[in-house]
Design a protein around this ligand. Structure first.
Ligand SMILES: [Zn+2]
Length: 151
């Protein structure tokens, strides 16, 4: 959201929502609730240890190639999503020039939890694994996988 304007004001004045989270938001299954919660807790803890206020803005939370993507940017930086996603292993590298050590730590936390999402069923939250033989790559437990595979 643009500072000083709510979503309705942005829509009315600009004809669109200028922040990515407002436009796309959180678009993942309920199964990753604890993954996202852990990610946010670790980020909050890292800022707390550093004695600094959280200064990142979440742009978009989504599933891509079967695992979680948590896109964000530090305040004051371009809000564009700087990511190169690899099809082969589902991991991604974010390019953010000039970031602080704390922001590097945040990037590592995000990477760790994105990777962890590959072990958690995106539908129900129990232990899952990456399923590449469906029409869409997903991380699912055996039960959710069997249910989808039958269709
Ligand atoms: Zn499941």
């Amino acid at each position: 959201m643009r500072r000083g304007k709510n979503i309705d004001e942005q829509r009315k004045e600009d004809g669109r929502i200028s922040d990515l989270y407002g436009a796309f938001g959180c678009n993942v299954g309920d199964g990753w609730f604890e993954v996202i919660r852990g990610l946010c807790r670790d980020i909050t803890d890292a800022y707390g240890k550093a004695g600094l206020p959280v200064d990142i803005v979440v742009d978009q939370v989504k599933e891509k190639f079967g695992t979680l993507r948590f896109y964000y940017h530090p305040e004051g930086y371009d809000s564009g999503i700087h990511a190169f996603d690899s099809l082969s292993d589902g991991h991604s590298i974010r390019i953010m020039p000039g970031v602080t050590d704390l922001h590097k730590e945040i990037a590592e936390i995000v990477h760790k939890w994105e990777k962890e999402s590959g072990n958690v069923c995106g539908k129900c939250g129990t232990a899952g694994k990456l399923r590449k033989d469906l029409s869409w790559v997903l991380t699912l437990c055996d039960s959710c996988y069997a249910h989808l595979h039958k269709k």
